[in-house]
Design a protein around this ligand. Structure first.
Ligand code: ATP
Ligand code: MG
Length: 366
């Protein structure tokens, strides 16, 4: 191995359920892939979620947030479980996750949906449609109708009770998510599709205007626009037409879940949440899966691929990221499967053994 030339601090937040199992695997893979690129890590493990509630009484202890803020990137396992389901809202594990996202000021959520050649059969779509799908949804995470004011309940002019929310986006909110999306498209195939409802909504007309304005900073990226109803349809009709999609908070919520279903394997899907400066937050899209926790059954690959996103989008270490992605593909090609992605003729393994096989694949790369 080469002499380490770069040094990063990574905060590990294993959390609850299968979190600790998948984080342990991903950390080992991250360490090995990075060392082959001359990168060294300091890992600091901190409590979050239900685990933190049990040990400190809070779902996000102040020490955990400050450690996360001071590090170069944060890798999270999963949060939550039956044990804390009856807790009051401020003492729920999930509240810790919301506080963490707010504390890190991550406004851009990146969710890839990739149909890997080895797992085409897991897709919910027909083979011809699913084959070769490789897209990324970039969702605005801290603005829009989920946070806009005014919001609330009242009575209208006819004396009817009403509930209302407001879709608001300011220039800087759209500009910064657009820049993340253009940068992401640039790291991928250079195609960006902005999704809105500009035929109906003022906030969407403004969204389209700002995204178009920011496009002039990225002449190498090809920008298109699509209405959200059409995008929802096109995602299942012909998902291969998309590379990078950028959209607002509510449309992104829906489209990213729709896109993930195309792949059919929740145990394989990573995510990244990025801020303006400061560390990004990287986590699998699955939850704590309490039904299989502690049984060595969890698929660690969503977290392993989250570690690859940490390298690529969090640290700009694309070569080390490619090593991890290639190792995951190689391990699948060698027939190893956890229960969630198993099909006849493959080798069924547990979480730990899957991790060991991925390490072998990283190791065998030159
Ligand atoms: P959340 O915690 O976000 O509410 P959820 O309870 O809706 O999530 P998950 O915890 O993601 O759902 O899991 C749903 C089911 O999918 C689990 O019960 C488990 O059987 C399966 N599952 C989820 N993640 C994995 C994984 N990494 N490996 C294997 N199976 C998984
Ligand atoms: Mg759950």
């Amino acid at each position: 191995a080469t002499t380490p030339s770069k040094h990063y601090t990574i905060t590990l937040l294993p959390g609850d359920g299968i979190g600790p199992e998948v984080i342990s695997v991903a950390t080992n893979v991250l360490k090995l892939a990075a060392s082959l690129e001359g990168i060294e890590f300091d890992f600091q493990e901190m409590p979050v979620g239900g685990a933190a509630l049990d040990s400190t009484g809070l779902p996000l202890p102040a020490e955990t947030l400050s450690a996360a803020k001071q590090s170069d990137a944060v890798l999270l396992g999963a949060i939550g479980g039956y044990k804390w389901d009856k807790n009051e809202k401020h003492l729920k594990p999930e509240t810790g996750l919301l506080q963490l996202r707010a504390g890190l000021q991550v406004f851009a959520n990146l969710r890839p949906a990739t149909v890997l050649p080895q797992l085409v059969d897991a897709s919910t779509l027909k083979k011809e449609v699913a084959e070769g799908v490789d897209l990324m949804v970039v969702r605005e995470l801290t603005g829009g109708i989920y946070f806009g004011k005014p919001r609330g309940f009242g009575v209208n002019e006819n004396g009817q009770e009403i509930g209302f929310n407001t879709e608001v986006y300011a220039t800087h909110e759209i500009d910064r998510i657009a820049r993340v999306a253009f940068e992401t498209a640039r790291k991928r195939s250079g195609k960006l599709c902005s999704v809105d409802k500009a035929n109906v909504l003022e906030a969407s007309i403004f969204w389209r205007k700002r995204v178009t304005a920011i496009a002039s900073e990225y002449p190498d990226v090809e920008l298109s626009h699509m209405y959200v109803d059409n995008a929802a349809m096109q995602l299942v009709r012909d998902p291969k037409q998309f590379d990078t999609i950028v959209t607002n908070n509510i449309f992104g919520d829906i489209l990213s879940d729709e896109a993930s279903m195309i792949t059919g394997s929740i145990g394989m899907l990573p995510s990244a949440s990025l801020g303006e400066s400061g560390p990004g937050l990287f986590e699998p899209i699955h939850g704590s899966a309490p039904d299989i926790a502690g049984q060595d059954k969890a698929n660690p690959l969503a977290t392993v691929l989250s570690a690859a996103m940490l390298l690529k989008y969090g640290l700009g270490e694309e070569n080390a990221a490619k090593r991890i992605e290639a190792a995951v593909l190689d391990t699948l090609s060698r027939g190893y499967r956890t229960g969630d992605i198993y099909s006849a003729g493959n080798k069924l393994v547990g979480c730990k053994e899957m991790g060991e096989e991925v390490l072998k694949s990283v190791d065998s790369q030159v």
